[in-house]
Design a protein around this ligand. Sequence first.
Ligand SMILES: Cc1ncc(COP(=O)(O)O)c(C=O)c1O
Ligand SMILES: Nc1ccccc1C(=O)C[C@H](N)C(=O)O
Length: 407
Amino acid sequence: MSLAERTRELDAADPLAPFIDRFDLPERVIYLDGNSLGALPRATMPAMERAVREEWGKGLIRSWNDAGWFDMAQRIGGKIAPLIGAAPSEVIACDSTSVNLFKLISAALDMRPGRKVVLSEPGNFPTDLYMVAGLERQGLAVRRLASREELAGTLDEDVALLMLTHVHYKTGALHDMRALTKAAHQAGALVLWDLSHSTGAVPVDLGGVNADFAVGCGYKYLCGGPGAPAFAYVAERHHADLAQPLTGWFGHAAPFDFFDDYEAAPGVEQLLCGTSPVLGLTALEVGVDLIAEIGVERLHAKSRALSGFFLKSLAESGIALDLVSPSDSLARGSQLSFRHEQAYPICQALIARGVIGDFRAPDILRLGFAPAYLRFADISEAARHLAEVLTGEEWRRDEFNRRAAVT
Ligand SMILES: Cc1ncc(COP(=O)(O)O)c(C=O)c1O
Ligand SMILES: Nc1ccccc1C(=O)C[C@H](N)C(=O)O
């Protein structure tokens, strides 16, 4: 069977095909960067319009009560919860992933007096490592990095927290969440998982693996829009001992009593700091609703099929590239990363052809396969474009070799 025939068959048999039209993607764009900024759901515009015109414009301050603004962060957290194996009361949508990392790393250190080490791996997403550096500068933490293979062996009585990104942003490699959580607990440490590249793409069972803390982005697979609020998870068993340092009034037990003294709200509400970004949350809720409707299991199955099909299509075009992602689709997230000296201009040449992936310095071409809005036809087309860029050495053109600020 020809590649074109196989592609048509796969699209015809795709149970998620009807959802593609629920997203508003430009014509002639093949979007392989949903792992960085998710696509726009069609329902987002009307929801934003309503929030701005009606709730803000007409409801004004009354909308904090009447339009459900006040408990939006909890409500959306509760909708994210089943996507990551958590109870609704364990998740809240707030702040950025970076800020949530700070709050939870700090809270974890507080729960392990006498221990200061935050253990992570070199090459973890920079903000995760930088947030520990900030606490280190305050004398509150000691950062320790160990390679994947050495992590478990490095867990000793000084480690307060093991902090890892479940799906590696650059390679897409998955950590064994269950085994590492268990190893950390055996060493008396707590665990914080960054689920930025997992949520809405691969199944996660925070409750099942007994995880302590987690954070994740709202703007990637959850399609919450640029700079969407992030989320934070704290296992129920830690709620009573939770004490985070950004003690803003929205995290107070009774913010509208306007007391002088801080008293933390019970549960994850304590993680709120300042006023919730209502418009950002409005967009996030639409994305979360849509991804939840499709369902993580189905998304995961399609993501594996898409990335596998890309590799096959590429191989059939005679192109051999250095794949740095695990070749087993069960061992990776929803992306494929290739190492190439010319990864930057190759990525630019692809973008010029309408195939949007990204480049991760120094030499990674990263292609994301957000399963909610990609067709198998997009995948074989993208592979064809990549093969043509490489065989025609299109990446040599000057215009593809000028580095932009954001890659
Ligand atoms: C693993 C990971 N953590 C955190 C972030 C981002 O955090 P923030 O939204 O605070 O910029 C990203 C991507 O930007 C990421 O890939
Ligand atoms: N927040 C961004 C703003 C601009 C450009 C990219 C991002 C990303 O999120 C990058 C992503 N975290 C990554 O895995 O590389």
